[in-house]
Design a protein around this ligand. Structure first.
Ligand SMILES: Cc1ncc(COP(=O)(O)O)c(C=O)c1O
Length: 459
């Protein structure tokens, strides 16, 4: 292991990175014992704390396991780097080289899940398997015990104090959005621009008109909403805790302004709080739903804390709305799946959800610092640190060229422009949940090189 003291990368990250490379190459194999932190620190001439930090990181990522009194060992099941869908289009002369490289997708929606918590996952499903499936269709509002667990979760994590009858279990955020819109005659819904594409698609598929409202450094531009002359805006969909995809947090002033503007229009505010568990510097601003469920419907999801594949989320709303929605769902047998609900309940009950959140928060905090350090010289990144992606705003042409160049090197970078409808904002969206640290490093190398090649000046 050789470290470079002149490099801007912290020593602990360098040690972790080198060890990871040895494990990836098979030089260190499953079950091999790593040197003690004291011995390795002495050999490298660094403080012991540096090596301890590196080992903690490797352990959090599932590469190594510590056994009390015995030392640190390469994990039995090493996390393989994510192999991702087909290599991007390449010219013939480059095709062999590109095909050999792993392609890396900096997807914004894929979370990192701590492999150390696999046992908790298995335990939850064993609990499900040991129970007898209830007869008939489950309650369309969700299992009562799960609704209680969700009420406790949103109270602790987001200060949204509610009872189980104000909670409904859904198949994720867009399903919850669809259910919310379904209670009203079709009209227009205001959605942040740039904004969550799946929300736009959902509204349109439900026959609602989408009104584009700009976003600035304080979140949705409420003045622009107030100036909009359409009188049929009956809902406003927002991501105040972490604007998707720009990453800004809606300011306190904007929140109050939004609520009064929505009230003036008799419009429901739909608060998508998709990743607020992952605010890792300071506590997030209170959820809008804290102002009252008469005006706000709150949407949460297990997609970030556990896995998008579970397809489960929740909606917190006034109990009258929940009753109406449950009735409509019941009419079409749209009940949440019993095994999935039961598994989620088991994961809440034995602390698995909290464990996953805590581990991922640590990894995201580190990765976001890395991304920020490497890319903030080139463009504008929202000040707030949250979630599993960061957006770097850049001139449109630069962003386009960087994305193209990165794709040629096997790195798929989402574009801010793809989230825009009428907005002309542009830049790169760097999702860092669905990749390994090594892949993220490599992707950042590629992006930096591409930025430098475009001749885009550092700020
Ligand atoms: C803004 C936003 N809301 C919600 C979600 C999660 O949606 P679901 O609960 O349907 O998986 C995502 C996932 O990427 C998202 O980006």
């Amino acid at each position: 292991v050789v470290i470079d003291r002149t490099a801007p990368v912290p020593l602990a990250l360098q040690v972790a990175e080198r060890a990871r490379a040895l494990m990836q190459a098979g030089t260190l194999a499953a079950g091999d014992r790593l040197p003690s932190t004291r011995a390795l620190a002495a050999e490298l001439g660094v403080a012991r704390g540096v090596v301890e930090q590196a080992f903690d990181q490797l352990s959090a990522e599932g590469w190594v396991e510590s056994r009390r009194g015995a030392g640190t060992f390469v994990a039995k099941t090493i996390m393989r780097p994510l192999t991702v869908r087909g290599a991007p289009a390449a010219t013939r002369s480059h095709s062999t080289r590109v095909a050999q490289r792993p392609s890396i997708r900096l997807d914004t929606g894929t979370p990192w899940t701590d492999p150390r918590h696999l046992s908790g996952w298995r335990r939850a499903w064993r609990t499900v398997a040991a129970e007898r499936m209830p007869m008939g269709y489950p309650d369309p509002a969700g299992l009562l015990a799960l609704r209680e667990a969700i009420a406790a979760h949103v109270a602790v994590n987001r200060g949204v104090v509610c009872s189980a009858d104000q909670v409904m279990v859904t198949s994720g955020t867009t399903h919850a959005f669809e259910l919310s819109l379904g209670l009203h005659p079709r009209a227009a819904v205001a959605i942040e621009d740039p904004g969550y594409r799946a929300a736009v698609a959902t509204a349109r598929q439900q026959g609602w008109d989408v009104v584009d409202v700009a976003v600035d450094s304080e979140g949705l531009d409420v003045e622009a909403l107030a100036d909009n002359t359409r009188t049929d805006i009956r809902a406003v969909y927002v991501t105040p805790a972490h604007q998707h995809p720009l990453g800004t947090v809606m300011s306190a002033g904007r929140r109050t302004a939004l609520l009064s503007e929505a009230r003036r229009r008799n419009a429901l505010v739909i608060e998508d709080d998709y990743d607020s568990e992952f605010r890792y510097d300071v506590a997030p601003l209170p959820a809008l739903a804290q102002f009252g469920l008469g005006d706000v419907t709150y949407l949460g999801t297990a997609s970030k804390a556990i896995a998008p594949g579970l397809r489960i989320g929740w909606l917190v709303a006034h109990e009258d709305r929940i009753t109406q929605m449950a009735q409509r769902r019941g009419d079409r047998h749209d009940s949440p799946s019993w095994p999935v609900q039961r598994a989620l309940l088991a994961m809440f009950a034995d602390g698995q959800v909290s464990r996953l959140i805590r581990s991922a928060r640590r990894v995201y905090a580190e990765r976001s610092v890395l991304v920020r350090d490497r890319l903030s010289p080139y463009g504008t990144i929202a000040r707030d640190v949250a979630g599993m992606y960061l957006s770097v705003e850049l001139p449109a042409d630069t962003a386009r060229r960087v994305i193209q160049r990165a794709a040629k090197s096997g790195v798929e970078v989402p574009s801010v422009a793809d989230y825009c409808r009428t907005s002309t904002r542009a830049g790169l969206v760097i999702g860092f949940g669905g990749v390994t640290s090594a892949q993220l490093d490599r992707a950042l190398d590629v992006i930096e090189a591409a930025l430098d090649r475009t001749g885009h000046d550092r700020q």
